[in-house]
Ligand binder design. Structure first.
Ligand code: RP5
Length: 170
């Protein structure tokens, strides 16, 4: 199975980006994680992105805060799908990263998840890889079924305990 390449602009992004790693572990999808900045190490970032397809990666997740050009710079260097994670940071608490990641000009798409949405980035990466991997597709179906069961269990508990009782048990 192809792997997911996860790149983030700084080690300060790691706490957020760990959520992508965790869900990829849950789904048994292989990945590598690197710190490489669009601004501080532009050549290294370009090399990582340009070499990703040959290194057997099938999707790239790029997380960055600030005026976050990382995902776009990576997308410029590869034909692999790139998922951008805007990271909450700085004076604008992620709004600048969201706009810089999502507002790509025509020709260089970046599939952008929510601010700090690294878990969804991991799930989306797995869904892309599952197009060519029926075992992973089955694991994703079971992952969704578990979510259904989780919500149903919560509603059942709410009906049983009522609002105050439910909140008292939380
Ligand atoms: C971006 O600037 C990084 O992705 C990070 O989110 C932000 C701050 O980086 P540090 O100053 O914490 O290294 O490049």
């Amino acid at each position: 199975m192809k792997k997911v390449l996860i790149i983030m602009g700084s080690d300060s992004d790691l706490v957020t980006m760990r959520n992508a790693c965790q869900v990829l572990d849950e789904l048994q999808v292989g990945y590598e994680v690197h710190v490489s900045s669009a601004h501080r190490t532009p050549q290294r970032t370009a090399q990582l992105a340009a070499g990703a397809a040959a290194a057997d990666f099938g999707v790239i997740i790029a997380g960055a805060g600030g005026a976050a050009h990382l995902a776009g710079v990576i997308a410029a260097e590869t034909t692999l799908p790139v998922i951008g994670v805007p990271i909450k940071s700085g004076a604008l608490v992620g709004f600048d990263a969201l706009l810089a990641t999502v507002q790509m000009p025509a020709g260089i798409p970046v599939a952008t998840v929510a601010i700090d949405g690294a878990r969804n980035a991991g799930i989306l990466a797995a869904q892309i890889l599952a197009l060519a991997d029926s075992d992973l597709s089955v694991r994703l179906q079971s992952f969704k079924q578990n979510m259904v069961a989780g919500v149903e269990a919560k509603d059942e508990k709410l009906q049983k305990l009522g609002v105050d009782g439910y909140l008292a048990q939380k």
